[in-house]
Design a protein around this ligand. Sequence first.
Ligand code: PEP
Ligand code: MN
Length: 284
Amino acid sequence: MNTNEFKNIAKKGPDDRTAIDLGPVGLGGDSFVIFAGPCRVESRTQIMEAAQGIKEAGGHVLRAGAFKPCTHPHCDWGRGETALRELREAGDTYQIPVITEAMSRSQLPLVHEYSDIIQIGTRNAQNYELLRELGEYPKPTMLKRGTWMNLRETLCQAEWAYFADPARGVSGNPQIFMCERGSVHFNDHMRWTLDLAMIPSFKQVSHLPIIVDISHGTGGPGNTAYYRDLARAAVAVGADGMMVEVHPDPARSMSDADQTISLKEFAGLVDAIRPVAAAVGKQV
Ligand code: PEP
Ligand code: MN
């Protein structure tokens, strides 16, 4: 691969790494950063309870959707600004930064206003108009890899969001990080296949941090049984963090219930990661 084509995101040397300040925790340094929370903000009570449990268990960032990219048009599209307000309140109350998705350019101003970190979902991984717009919203921004995208396309995704060209009116966002969230495949035992080899592959070329979403990266009934091993593998393979769906009452989760764990299971998961993190010189 010709890495010269990635002018902004390619490493300038073997030790070139970008660290992104997420407030109480830094991403891309010696910390393994844990992003956890429900698929969506369902109510004020639900997100407050989730925030408290996640913070107590050692989670670093609270995740939850306000605008939901629904595969099926008849599902609930999310509670928009009401949800954003509740997510902000939960983050402020429990002193934990929050991340939520913007699906379109029109949603970016609101998400930027309420959220500490902007999430661009897998379905928009090649929406170059949207990626180019991120320079106008100078906050840490997580790009989820497209389920169909190879390494070059994934690097291009990050380069699009990062790149600045005043002559063409593009400002660029240098606080970009990536998220591996599973690819399309031929399996039928999970919805997507987590591609852990993307972590060293991406890091070989780019100085940007990359995390692993073990929930959307597997999906489907029974797959939470893999979380412990996959999370430990993510730490060992050099990921800068991970994302997992956690709900105070997983069975009642309005979406992605199959891939969601309880607060108690989450606490066990964090503990299971600690020895592996220590072995590779990372803090949890
Ligand atoms: C999510 O994290 O809420 C989500 C919808 O994930 P993805 O874009 O990877 O499907
Ligand atoms: Mn989800």
